[in-house]
Design a protein around this ligand. Structure first.
Ligand SMILES: NC(=O)c1ccc[n+]([C@@H]2O[C@H](COP(=O)([O-])OP(=O)(O)OC[C@H]3O[C@@H](n4cnc5c(N)ncnc54)[C@H](OP(=O)(O)O)[C@@H]3O)[C@@H](O)[C@H]2O)c1
Length: 290
């Protein structure tokens, strides 16, 4: 694979930055240089220099997507944009790699297989599902369904590390259960599928290990930080958001079961690392950066 012929769309988000680290000679574009929701810009791009599109761009504000403005943006970026990429991939014979989410499901049938029918609860989830369908229309596609992404950007682990630094013992939801996915793992999965020329289609990708709630993950973060003095109070999702909802803030419904079945990806020969060991490494790296 000639990695200089890879186009990374949304190259400065959490995943985009990790893809740039993996493929330093790839063509990296941000929204200003390549807005994937602008059909003229997408159609007129010089595709003769590209073999593979890695789409790391998305509208990821799940609560923002419930507002009038956010709903339009979420559909444009998560469904219309991927549809445009799918069209040019077909026209120019390109491989299209796209990233999806457990939010395309209602969370009642975890562990989710790649064959589970769509059942999104939220605007974000519905738009992501529409994006999957649009991308699956092009022949050479990989759709990677991931959960709870942790990389170089605002994310849950950084938020909890920030609370620990302020000596705060938080209340955290304990009825959403899944696994963290580190961007390093997602990038390794993308690279593995491309290098091995695995069958196209949908693949679930998260770290492996025992699924856990956000509250339990917070306990693990505090343990890794050596902060035995901090505690975590469990809350249901409903109770956690009750005050915000009562004050008129729109909160997206969340799937409670986010565990993904990883057997299809593992059958291609990729060994997925345990989220707890990746978390320990991530925390050590974050502490070194401080
Ligand atoms: N974060 C999670 O927990 C999570 C969980 C499951 C699945 N996923 C999926 O994983 C993928 C990567 O997520 P992430 O956390 O890395 O996202 P992210 O950090 O929010 O980055 C998204 C990037 O997309 C760019 N973008 C937005 N609209 C664009 C447009 N019209 N054209 C080009 N670029 C555009 C953004 O640029 P601007 O900064 O200019 O807006 C941003 O750099 C997404 O498909 C997401 O749905 C994420």
């Amino acid at each position: 694979m000639d990695t200089s012929r890879i186009l990374i769309v949304g190259a400065y988000g959490q995943l985009g930055k990790a893809l740039q680290a993996q493929y330093p000679d790839a063509i990296a574009v941000d929204r200003d240089s390549f807005d994937m929701t602008d059909w003229e810009a997408v159609r007129n791009y010089d595709w003769s220099k590209v073999d593979v599109i890695l789409n790391a761009a998305a509208y990821t504000n799940v609560d923002g997507a419930e507002t009038a403005e956010g709903r339009t943006a979420a559909w444009k970026i998560n469904a219309t944009g991927p549809g445009y990429l799918s069209q040019v991939a077909t026209e120019h014979g390109l491989v299209l790699v796209h990233v999806s989410s457990d939010y395309v499901f209602d969370g009642t049938k975890a562990p989710h297989t790649e064959a589970e029918p769509y059942s999104p609860l939220s605007v974000y989830g519905a738009a992501k599902a529409a994006g999957d369908i649009a991308v699956s229309a092009t022949k050479r596609h990989y759709i990677l369904r991931t959960t709870w992404l942790i990389g170089n950007g605002p994310n849950f682990v950084r938020t909890m590390m920030g609370l620990a630094a302020k000596n705060i013992s938080p209340t955290v939801v304990s009825d959403q259960v899944g696994r963290l996915t580190f961007t390093s793992t997602l990038v390794a999965a993308i690279d593995h599928l491309l290098q091995s020329q695995a069958w196209g289609g949908i693949y679930n990708v998260t770290n492996s290990g025992e699924p856990a709630s956000w509250a339990d993950i917070t306990r693990q973060i505090f343990k890794d930080l050596g902060r035995d003095d901090l505690s975590v109070t469990d809350s249901s999702t409903e109770k956690y958001f009750a005050d915000k909802i009562a004050s008129g803030v729109r909160i997206a419904p969340r799937p409670l079961g986010s565990e993904m079945d990883l057997s299809k990806l593992e059958a291609t020969g990729l060994k997925l690392t345990d989220w707890k060991s990746e978390l320990a490494t991530y925390i050590q790296d974050e502490l070194k950066e401080e």
